[in-house]
Ligand binder design. Structure first.
Ligand code: GTP
Ligand code: MG
Length: 171
């Protein structure tokens, strides 16, 4: 059959935002991990959509590992940036990390699509995706296609919409 196009995607965001849980949900059920632990360094994962074969760099969001992210920017053809919508205290930290990413020379002048997941929408004190978008000033991103989806990675809600968008950007 036809070989799917290979795409490298970087999965970024603060620790505990739900990156690994999201990636795990996108894998075929027989490849899914049963319990998810905080990522050490990073982990390389794979999942497929109808037309694409994604290789994901699932980076640790812990402060001590965030300096690893930039070493993979060159290889990334798409970015998934995950936010814990209930973590209001660290929204400013998430914004700082996003701004650092967007200003990095390996990212700044590339028209690389960015998919945001406003994750943990199931939690009672979660902010809406519109509010998260405002706090991160996403409307200031003018030179890259971006999209934000509310998600509940534990139940797998909102993920397909996001991945469909990403696939459309790359095709
Ligand atoms: P690091 O690897 O440390 O950077 O964290 P991570 O972003 O990969 O987060 P991880 O996927 O390990 O999830 C952290 C915790 O949040 C786990 O206990 C998950 O079960 C939980 N979690 C992830 N997504 C959701 C969600 O949508 N809703 C709720 N309620 N919990 C979630
Ligand atoms: Mg992780």
């Amino acid at each position: 059959g036809l070989k799917k196009k290979e795409v490298n995607v970087l999965c970024l965001g603060l620790d505990n935002s739900g990156k690994t849980t999201i990636i795990n949900q996108l894998k075929p059920s027989n490849a899914q991990a049963q319990d998810i632990v905080p990522t050490i360094g990073f982990s390389i994962e794979k999942f497929k959509t109808s037309s694409l074969s994604f290789t994901v760099f699932d980076m640790s969001g812990q402060g001590r590992y965030r300096n690893l992210w930039e070493h993979y920017y060159k290889e990334g053809q798409a970015i998934i940036f995950v936010i814990d919508s209930s973590d209001k205290l660290r929204m400013v930290v998430a914004k700082e990390e996003l701004d650092t990413l967007l200003n990095h020379p390996d990212v700044k002048h590339r028209r690389i699509p960015i998919l945001f997941f406003a994750n943990k929408m199931d939690l009672r004190d979660a902010l809406s995706s519109v509010k998260v978008s405002q706090l991160l000033c996403l409307e200031n991103i003018k030179d890259k296609p971006w999209h934000i989806c509310a998600s509940n990675a534990v139940q797998g809600e909102g993920l397909q919409e996001g991945v469909d968008w990403l696939q459309d950007q790359i095709r």
